[in-house]
Design a protein around this ligand. Structure first.
Ligand code: M6R
Length: 603
């Protein structure tokens, strides 16, 4: 959580910091702040709420500084207010710091600083106060680096820091362990950021700072060290992304843009898997014997990524007859999972940064399992830890609600299932060409107009229910999460056959139930569920490709027809669009839902 940035160069630093932060706001938007070095004095400007509040606050202030750091926060320790907003400054005004991560032993470290009056409730402040204690006005660059290394060795937890020291205005210092940090290399200017989108308008030349690395940037130089202060080589990578890819273009929100990019995410992911011969280097022996694989495959993820995993488990079991276990990463990491050297563990994560998924991966590795990561960020921590990475190519996903990444994840998973089937001479109901065939259907079709007359009604409800069976159950689970997340309507998904075991008690004349029905072999059973719901007087919105079922519900949304097994690629779109339209109707910003942030880098 949280985004941090730093700039040092010739430009007016406050403008650049704001531009950098704008593209990281998806990482947190409880408060924002900057620290500038004005002729050897550290100036802090902070504001509660969105970055725009900070912009308004500094609008008429003219700073001459050309170096500074900035932060956009997702609160963990301490309320989301101005006092707790970053940057934090040491009591003596010598050091300012921004932080992404968590300092687990901050209470213990505070004991070292009994004479210091802490201003905020954050875990971060202890770091800046420690640095303030060790760094004096006489400290040269080398001494400062030593003190940063000293403090890093004292910290338990995860961090990326950008640090400014008052009497060294021509340098920004940094350190990293566990939270992302990159350096943007410009001409006569250099940058720090938590993620690539921030830097794209300025430079495509990036250095990925590794865990256990620290250093300094000036306008002309970048120096990277390990914590023993041994200098490392600067490995600059050229990023093949354009600024447009992280801009809204003709769309008013990223979520709308990203839903529309679902078909691109499918096509791009599959094309890469084929062109890069992705499975060429996978440990084939692990996937060769279905009888051995059974009960040895584990899928672990959180949120939307877990829903992609649920779908994959169902398809893998049905098509390849292989048993798969599935866990929330937050549960897996504490449950003493039944895994060993023979196990294959598949970790799915858009960001590759999710703390619980990382911890689960580390645990699986310790148990000797073969760890496969499916992630949209090839340079992420999850990628670097896994034995094998299946990258998804959805492009940067900015909206907090995951949409195109989900489509890319199920594409990669379907491709993996096809590969497993081929390896075991198993005939399954689809191949990659069939998936390519669905791309245009997904691209050319939208349910936005079909939802039009229903959205107002849906938005009057406190709760909305979803029902599905088979793959449709996993899809409606994702639909319900999306609706809850961005429209704040309580939404729950039920397996069609389970209604009468309890949840039917919720259904009355007021209820709206959205039923998804895309599998031919489950028509009759799902119609039973619809009958049970209608009998209780509720309104049913049926989403299906079977047009002849039109009159089975009060409202009907007709899906384009593709092979049943590939219907998830089509059917997810109207569910994502429903959530988006409800957020719009309620005047909520779907890109920045309250209390949430894009990547959950804390437990
Ligand atoms: O980056 P990850 O895929 O690991 O993130 C997992 C979840 O936090 C994420 O999918 C979350 O549920 C989304 N906001 C849902 O839209």
């Amino acid at each position: 959580m949280c985004g941090l940035v730093g700039y040092i160069g010739q430009k007016s630093v406050s403008d650049v910091l704001v531009q950098l932060l704008e593209r990281l706001e998806y990482r947190g938007y409880d408060s924002a702040g900057i620290a500038l070095n004005e002729n050897g004095k550290l100036i802090l400007e902070k504001s509660q709420g969105l970055l725009v509040n900070l912009c308004n606050k500094i609008e008429n202030k003219h700073f001459s500084a050309t170096s500074g750091i900035g932060h956009t926060r997702w609160a963990t320790h301490g309320k989301p207010n101005e006092r707790n907003a970053h940057p934090h400054i040491s009591e003596n005004g010598q050091v300012a710091l921004v932080h992404n991560g968590i300092i687990e032993n901050y209470n213990k470290l505070k004991n070292e600083l009994k004479d210091i009056k802490f201003i905020s409730e954050t875990d971060t402040e202890v770091v800046v106060q420690l640095l303030g204690k060790y760094i004096t006005k006489k400290s040269d660059e080398n001494h400062i680096l030593q003190q940063i290394a000293r403090v890093c060795e004292m910290i338990k937890g995860s961090y990326a820091f950008a640090i400014m020291v008052a009497h060294i205005p021509n340098k920004i210092f940094f350190a990293k362990k566990g939270s992302p940090l990159i350096i943007g290399c410009g001409k006569g200017e250099n940058f720090l950021a938590s993620d690539i989108p921030a830097l794209l308008p300025f430079t495509n030349n990036i250095i990925y700072v590794k865990d256990g690395e620290m250093g300094e940037i000036s306008a002309e130089q970048i120096k990277i060290f390990d914590f023993k202060l041994k200098q490392k080589n600067n490995i600059i990578k050229k990023i093949n992304l354009s600024p447009e890819q992280v801009m809204l273009g003709n769309y008013s929100t990223f979520m709308e843009k990203e839903i529309a990019q679902g078909s691109y995410a499918m096509q791009n992911t599959l094309e890469h898997i084929i062109k890069d011969r992705t499975f060429y280097k996978i440990k084939k022996t692990k996937f060769q014997d279905l009888s051995m694989m059974s009960s040895n495959i584990h899928i672990v993820a959180c949120g939307t990524a877990l829903h992609a995993g649920m779908l994959a488990k169902y398809v893998l079991e049905k098509e390849c007859r292989v048993g798969v276990s599935l866990d929330y990463a937050s549960e897996f990491r504490y449950k003493k999972p039944l895994i060993n050297k023979k196990s294959i563990c598949i970790f799915i994560s858009q960001s590759g940064e999710t703390a619980d998924t990382i911890a689960s991966l580390e645990l699986a590795k310790k148990c000797g399992a073969y760890c496969v990561a499916i992630t949209n960020v090839i340079t992420s921590r999850i990628s670097s830890l896994a034995d094998f990475v299946i990258p998804t190519y959805a492009g940067p996903e900015i909206a907090v609600a995951s949409t195109k990444a989900y489509v890319a994840q199920i594409t990669a998973l379907y491709a993996l299932i096809e590969f497993v089937a081929k390896l075991n001479n198993k005939k399954i109901k689809y191949n990659s060409n069939d998936i390519f065939g669905v791309v245009k259907t997904v691209e050319n079709w939208s349910a936005k107009l079909l939802w039009h007359d229903l959205i107002k009604d849906i938005c009057t409800k406190e709760s909305i229910y979803f029902v599905g069976r088979g793959v449709d159950f996993y899809l409606v689970k994702e639909g319900a999460l999306k609706l809850t997340e961005i429209s704040y309507i309580h939404a729950e998904a039920f397996a069609g056959g389970e209604l009468k075991h309890g949840s039917l008690a919720l259904i009355n004349e007021e209820a709206i139930v959205i039923v998804l029905l895309t599998q031919k072999d489950l028509i009759d059973k799902t119609l039973n569920a619809i009958a049970e719901i209608k009998t209780r007087g509720a309104t049913v919105i049926l989403i299906s490709q079977f047009e002849y079922l039109k009159n089975c519900a009060q409202h009907f949304i007709l899906l384009p027809k593709v092979k049943d097994i590939l219907m998830p690629f089509v059917a997810i779109k109207p569910l994502q669009e429903l959530a988006f339209l409800c957020a719009k109707e309620k005047n909520l910003n779907p890109d920045k839902p309250r209390n949430l942030a894009k990547s959950v880098t804390v437990e």
